[in-house]
Every structure is written in structure tokens, then in C-alpha cells.
Write a protein that binds this ligand. Structure first.
Ligand SMILES: [Zn+2]
Length: 318
């Protein structure tokens, strides 16, 4: 039997349940929805989770579509799933856990006696570190972003090559290969010797079917390539950025982008204009470096200094 929370499945079975992480303010039990898919044949263990940031729902959409397609009779190995990590934030459709105003993906590996977020991180990290591979499904929050996969361990980490290979197999087309901030699962996992990636499935409010489909394909690519399912995939070359230029607005007003997401830009190319309410041009902002137009704000209105967009830089293919 393989157990995660109250979900328990023997070989060739699957089960869903709850992974308890304390109580809510009314004293009711908080249990993260979890699943165990136990393959009929032996193999590796994959852990995947979604909604570590409570407003990032595309990952929940991926799990919601992948799990019904899995047949434990055809599976080698085990898949452990936590479908909603940031329980309290998900309830109110916010990014951060409202109980402690913390971003979950800064709380790993967590602390079982710590804050709300640290306890949830500890419980999910316990599950994640039972696996051979970890997928932490994210998105560019509610901004607009390309589908990409993040490798966050840093290029000098002993697991860097394995994480990079996992990102290539997932195969969104773009990879951000840049050491992440302390507390990310995609850093804490490799520190425990487990290849971990952070697929960033677009950016939207609610569900974006195109990015969800990219995530579903990515999960199945991993299941085929790492021997969970029969059949093979040939990983496609990925466009990799190793840096990020972020642009704020030099003035207040309304932003008009002059390039599309995913477009290649050269240093000096016009990225966006800022106009006043009546259409008068106030500012034009150009790229500092060659790269890929990666992410933008969603709303057109900006204050001076407010975030507008990002360009992935130091780009190559692998
Ligand atoms: Zn996120």
C-alpha cells in the first residue's frame, strides 16, 4: 500500500483523500486534496503539486485533466499528487496565504511547528521528498506570460543537469535557468537530491485552456520519458534564458506594447509606449539587451516606476 494523507492505494489502484495540515479558524480540519496513483508495475515515484500560489489555477486545471486519464493498470511506479497546496489562499482566490500573508514558494522546506505556510510547506515537502522527480505547477500569476519551465537550483548545483533535462522533457518550449530565491520548492527539492522543476503555465485570471494543455502534455511527456508509461518522447530543443530584464514605467499613464509575448527582441527595439488618457505620447521604452519578450502586466494603467514587462536575456538553445 502507498499512502498520502488519507489516500491509500495498492498496486494497480488509485485513491484520493486529504493531507491534513492543521485546522482553519473555525476549528474545522484543513486537508489538502491529494491522490495516490499506484502503478501495477514497479518504477519511479513522481510528485506533483498545484496552487502553491492560491491564484495560480492552471496547475489545478492540469491535475484535473491528467488524473482521469491515468490508468494504474498501465502505470509503472507511483504518482503522488497534492492538488491544492495553498489552501487558505485558494479559498479566497489570492496569491499569498492570508493566514500569515506569506508566499508559499518562499517557505520550503517548511517547519512542522512553524507558521501556517511553513506547516503546509513541511507537509507537502514530506510528500515531495518521497519521490524521484518533482513537478511544482505554477504560472505567471495573473499577469500575461509565455509558457515556460523554471530551473531554480542554479547552474553550479550538482543536480543542475538533471533538472535541466527534466525541463526539456516537460517541453513548454522555453526554460528560465536562473537560481531562484531561498524557500522555493524548486531549490529545496534539488538540495535533497531530487530533480525538480517549476513549470510556469502562462498567466491568467482563472483558467487558460492553451496553457493547461501545454501542462497536460508536459506531464505526459515526463511520464513517458521517465518510464511511468510505455512509449517514448523525443525532447525538442528548448529556448533557454539565463537572465531577466525587468522594465518599470518611467511615467504614469497607459501602456501600449509594441511586441508580442514570445517575440525575439534586439537591444534598442521599442518594447512599449506610455500615453496619457487622451493618447498623447509620454514615454517610449526600449530593450536593454537581446532576448525574448517574456512577461507583461495585464492592466494598461501604470504609475511611475510600476512594473510593466520582462525580457528573458542571455538566450541560447539546448
Ligand atoms: Zn507561482
Amino acid at each position: 500500500m502507498t499512502t498520502l494523507g488519507t489516500a491509500s492505494a495498492g498496486p494497480g489502484e488509485m485513491d484520493t483523500g486529504r493531507l491534513e495540515v492543521g485546522e482553519a479558524r473555525d476549528g474545522s480540519t484543513v486537508g489538502l486534496p491529494c491522490a495516490v496513483i499506484n502503478g501495477a508495475s514497479d518504477g519511479k515515484t513522481l510528485y506533483m503539486q498545484a496552487a502553491s500560489d492560491g491564484d495560480e489555477l492552471n496547475g489545478v486545471g492540469v491535475i484535473n485533466r491528467v488524473v482521469p486519464q491515468l490508468d494504474p493498470a498501465e502505470l509503472s511506479g507511483t504518482i503522488l499528487v497534492v492538488g491544492i497546496v495553498n489552501y487558505h489562499a485558494f479559498q479566497v482566490a489570492e496569491h499569498r496565504n492570508p493566514i500569515d500573508d506569506t508566499k508559499m514558494n518562499r517557505a520550503y522546506p517548511g517547519d512542522e511547528n512553524g507558521t501556517s505556510s511553513e506547516r503546509i510547506a513541511a507537509a507537502t515537502f514530506d510528500a515531495a521528498t518521497r519521490a524521484d522527480l518533482i513537478l511544482d505547477l505554477h504560472q505567471g500569476s495573473t499577469s500575461r506570460m509565455i509558457d515556460e519551465v523554471r530551473v531554480r537550483c542554479g547552474r553550479r548545483h550538482r543536480l543542475h543537469d538533471e533538472c535541466l533535462q527534466l525541463a526539456k522533457t516537460f517541453g513548454c518550449g522555453y526554460v528560465l535557468d536562473q537560481k531562484g530565491p531561498e524557500g522555493q520548492l524548486a531549490r529545496a527539492g534539488p538540495d535533497q537530491g531530487i530533480p525538480t522543476i517549476d513549470p510556469e503555465l502562462g498567466g491568467c485570471v482563472g483558467w487558460d485552456e492553451t496553457s493547461i494543455e501545454a501542462g497536460v502534455e508536459g506531464v505526459f511527456n515526463v511520464l513517458h520519458d521517465y518510464g511511468f508509461l510505455d512509449g517514448s518522447v523525443t525532447p525538442e530543443p528548448q529556448t533557454r534564458a539565463k537572465g531577466f530584464d525587468q522594465f518599470g514605467s518611467p511615467t504614469g499613464g497607459l501602456v501600449r506594447f509594441q511586441v508580442d509575448l514570445g517575440e525575439r527582441v534586439s537591444a534598442g527595439d521599442l518594447l512599449f509606449e506610455v500615453t496619457d488618457v487622451f493618447g498623447e505620447l509620454k514615454a517610449r521604452v526600449t530593450a536593454n539587451n537581446d532576448g525574448v519578450f517574456w512577461r507583461t502586466r495585464r492592466l494598461p494603467q501604470v504609475a511611475t516606476g510600476e512594473y510593466v514587462c520582462s525580457v528573458g536575456t542571455n538566450v541560447d538553445a539546448y
